[in-house]
Design a protein around this ligand. Structure first.
Ligand code: G4P
Ligand code: NA
Ligand code: NA
Length: 194
C-alpha cells in the first residue's frame, strides 16, 4: 500500500536493526485519514471471506481493526491484556510471549463475543515473531470459530511470524512488508514478492 509506505518513509524512525518507531501515526498519535484507507484496503482484500467478527489486541491494533470493521459492517473485539474486574471466568485465555519485552502476558476475550458460527478476521498493527497472532488464533480455536485470515499493517518479514503463519496455510495480508532495517533505512520487500 503505497500511501502507507510513503508515510513510513517520511515519519518512521529506525531505532535499531529490528525496531521501527511509528508513533506519529500508528502507535501513539493516530492518523485517521490513513487509518480509513487502511480499513478500506483490508476490507477489499478480505471481501470474499464472509467475515463476521474482527479480533485484535489492545491497544495499537484497535485503530486499524475498527476502520476495517466499519467497512465490513461487523463488530470488532479487542483482546484485553489486563485482567478486568468486569470480566469474569467466562473468558477465553491465551498466553502471549513478547520477545521485545521479555515477558508473557495473559490475553482474554469474553466467551460472549465469539462462537462457533463466527468467521474471524485478525487485524494487528505489527507482525514480528507472531506471538500476538498465535495467541489470538488460540482464542479463535477455543471458541470453535473459523479463522478468515490475518491482516497486518506493518510486517517485519525478516522476523519469522509471517512465514510461520503462511506455512500453516493461513492467509496473511500485510499492507507494508519490511525486508530490512539497516543503517537507519527502511527497506521494503519488492512489490513482486509481496
Ligand atoms: P509478536 O507479537 O509479533 O511476537 O511481536 P513482539 O512480541 O516482538 O512485539 C511486542 C509488541 O511490540 C507488540 O505491541 C508489537 O506490535 C510491537 N512491535 C513489534 N515490533 C515492533 C516494531 O518494530 N515497531 C513497533 N512500533 N512495534 C513493534 P504491544 O506490546 O502489543 O503494544 P501495543 O502498541 O499494541 O499497545
Ligand atoms: Na499490537
Ligand atoms: Na504495538
Amino acid at each position: 500500500m503505497e500511501l502507507l509506505k510513503n508515510k513510513i518513509r517520511e515519519e518512521g524512525l529506525v531505532l535499531s536493526d529490528a525496531v521501527l518507531k511509528v508513533d506519529s501515526f500508528l502507535n501513539h498519535q493516530v492518523d485517521p485519514d490513513l487509518m480509513k484507507e487502511i480499513g478500506k484496503e483490508f476490507a477489499e482484500k478480505f471481501a470474499a471471506e464472509k467475515v463476521t467478527k474482527i479480533l485484535t489486541l489492545e491497544s495499537s491494533g484497535i485503530s486499524p481493526a475498527l476502520m476495517t470493521a466499519l467497512e465490513l459492517h461487523v463488530s470488532v473485539i479487542f483482546a484485553r491484556k489486563r485482567k478486568s474486574l468486569t470480566l469474569n471466568d467466562n473468558v477465553y485465555v491465551a498466553n502471549v510471549r513478547s520477545f521485545t519485552k521479555g515477558e508473557t502476558n495473559e490475553v482474554t476475550v469474553s466467551k460472549s463475543f465469539i462462537n462457533k458460527e463466527d468467521r474471524v478476521l485478525i487485524i494487528d498493527d505489527f507482525l514480528a515473531n507472531g506471538q500476538a497472532a498465535e495467541g489470538l488464533i488460540h482464542i479463535i480455536e477455543q471458541a470453535g470459530a473459523a479463522l478468515a485470515g490475518v491482516g497486518i499493517v506493518i510486517e517485519k518479514s525478516f522476523q519469522p511470524g509471517g512465514k510461520e503463519l503462511r506455512d500453516r496455510g493461513i492467509r496473511v495480508e500485510s499492507l507494508a512488508r519490511i525486508q530490512a532495517l539497516e543503517n537507519g533505512k527502511v527497506q521494503f520487500l519488492e512489490e513482486a514478492f509481496q
